[in-house]
Design a protein around this ligand. Structure first.
Ligand code: ADP
Ligand code: GLC
Length: 481
């Protein structure tokens, strides 16, 4: 039996702001349980739903020296769908209605979390063979495993993996601050280690010290070695390219299943979608006060409203898009300018645009199930899960060919009758609208072809089966099997 420990800042069903949570919550269930005991450590945020908090079992607490104070570390445990989750409790750090706040506060909070996560291991008696760290919040863990925690017998020989879900966020702040919270000696704050452009960089620590590095698609693994996508770390990532691999994300096929989904009114599958899926479209049109009309080309968007996701292209084309026979249904929160942009078009074209500026799991499932197409024209996209959800529900993705979008959506080829979606290459609003128009024409004029695209989309397999095995192979390789 090999022990794997995931440490992350979010994970479903407990807390989620984006795809990281989906991965952390769904991947551990998919490992072969005869050979891998994979457990997860998360912060015990106050914003975790009460019913889930009520099921957590209090184990014990101790005080850890942090920020020159004796700081409380409570440990809770919950077993969810067979996976053991540990929670680090500290109401000073993990209060608040969302997991993240301003960056300086987050840095203090997640250095505390990372140190606490390692410190509870001897207490709960779980010795990992590999600690699998996710994103910058846990970037110091590989450093600690090589440094101070290494002193103790317990921590000797523990290996680490650093997974990049999004290179844009690195946990950067000035050296004195990060040195003070981390209590790492001067030795670590040089440009070949944690220092990066004069500041200290937590993710970089992980990338330098982890035994293996992964990211969430093959294309993104290549892209981040280039200047455009490398966010200043392309040199380091190129230097470590022998230890860097791209493993595409999967999604939980039980949770996202149109034939059992509790959030959608009319269940359907790959055989009966031609008759049944459209009923969900009508249902959604009605509930969002859009015109109930099968012929309207209904485009869905479920996303954090940030630059990463290509919203400036959409903003640029909204007026033109609204002149077509379309409906646009948006669910998302984020940058105010995009929230307001969608509110504006919702007001101006109230029968065509529905802006839902909030977070709702239920509406997200309804959109995946009901729309004709799903738009995701990202500037960069490490993997992207939304397009996988759209494929699973037979909602045709329209994407930019970058990162995981490129690896998971096969562009429609009308001559060969292949492909699961529509795509464009350059980050350019006209190219995007060209792809949307192409999809629109096929939808309107070649219904049989359109339905065959849906057949292929629904037949694609992005469950965790294949990718979980790739992680297992990597773990085996790291442990010398
Ligand atoms: P990212 O992690 O960059 O935000 P992904 O496509 O990997 O992008 O994952 C996004 C996840 O968050 C998906 O599960 C998507 O359905 C969900 N999501 C995003 N915004 C919302 C929202 N407003 N309401 C519900 N779910 C959302
Ligand atoms: C990040 C990326 C997204 C990816 C997710 C899970 O949030 O932006 O592309 O799917 O992590 O790995």
């Amino acid at each position: 039996m090999k022990n794997i420990l995931f440490v992350a800042s979010e994970g479903v069903p407990f807390v989620k702001t984006g795809g990281l949570a989906d991965v952390v919550g769904s991947l551990p269930k998919c490992f072969d349980r005869e050979y891998f005991d994979c457990r997860v450590i998360l912060p015990k945020y106050l914003c975790i739903k009460q019913e889930l908090r009520d099921k957590m079992e209090y184990l014990t607490n101790f005080y850890m020296e942090y920020d020159q104070k004796q700081t409380y570390v409570g440990i809770f445990r919950s077993v969810y769908e067979g996976v053991t989750f540990y929670f680090i409790d500290n109401e000073y750090y993990f209060a608040g209605s969302v997991p993240y706040g301003n960056i300086l506060w987050d840095i203090e909070k997640f250095i505390f979390f990372s140190r606490a996560a390692l410190s509870i291991l001897p207490v709960v008696g779980f010795k990992p063979d590999i600690v699998h760290c996710h994103d910058w919040q846990t970037g110091l863990i590989p450093v600690y495993l090589k440094e101070r925690f290494h002193d103790g017998e317990f921590f000797r020989d523990i290996k680490s993996v650093m997974t990049i879900h999004n290179l844009k966020f690195q946990g950067n702040w000035d050296v004195p601050t990060i040195k003070a919270y981390s209590e790492l000696p001067d030795y670590f704050f040089t440009p070949d280690k944690l220092e990066s452009y004069k500041d200290a960089n937590m993710l970089k620590g992980g990338l330098v010290y982890a035994d293996a590095i992964t990211t969430v698609s093959e294309t993104y693994a290549n892209e981040i070695k280039t200047r455009f996508y490398g966010e200043g770390l392309d040199g380091l990532l190129s230097a470590r390219s022998g230890d860097l691999r791209g493993i595409v994300n999967g999604i939980d096929y039980k949770e996202y299943n149109p034939s059992t989904d509790k959030f959608i009114r009319y269940k359907y599958n790959a055989r009966d979608f031609r008759k049944e899926k459209i009923k969900n479209k009508r249902d959604l049109q009605e509930s969002l006060n859009l015109e109930v009309d099968d012929r309207k080309f209904m485009i869905g968007i479920v996303s954090r409203l940030t630059d990463q996701k290509g919203f400036d292209l959409i903003a640029f084309m909204m007026e033109e898009l609204c002149q077509m026979n379309v409906q646009i249904v948006v669910l998302g929160t984020g940058e105010e300018r995009y929230e307001n942009m969608f509110r504006h078009y919702d007001w101006k074209y109230s029968n065509k645009v529905s802006a839902n500026i909030y977070y709702s799991e239920e509406l997200s499932h309804k959109i995946y199930a009901s729309c004709d197409a799903f738009l995701m024209p990202s500037l960069f996209e490490p993997c992207g899960l939304s397009q996988l959800m759209a494929l699973r529900y037979g909602t045709v993705p329209i994407v930019r060919e970058t990162g995981g979008l490129k690896d998971t959506v096969e562009p429609y080829n009308e001559y060969e009758s292949t492909g699961t979606g529509f795509s464009f290459v350059n980050y350019n609003a006209h190219e995007m609208i060209g792809a949307i128009r192409y999809a629109y024409d096929v939808f309107n004029e070649k219904k049989r072809e359109w339905n065959k695209i849906i057949d292929r989309a629904m037949a694609a397999d992005f469950s965790w089966n294949v990718s979980a095995r790739k992680y297992q192979e990597m773990y085996d390789w790291m442990l010398g099997y």
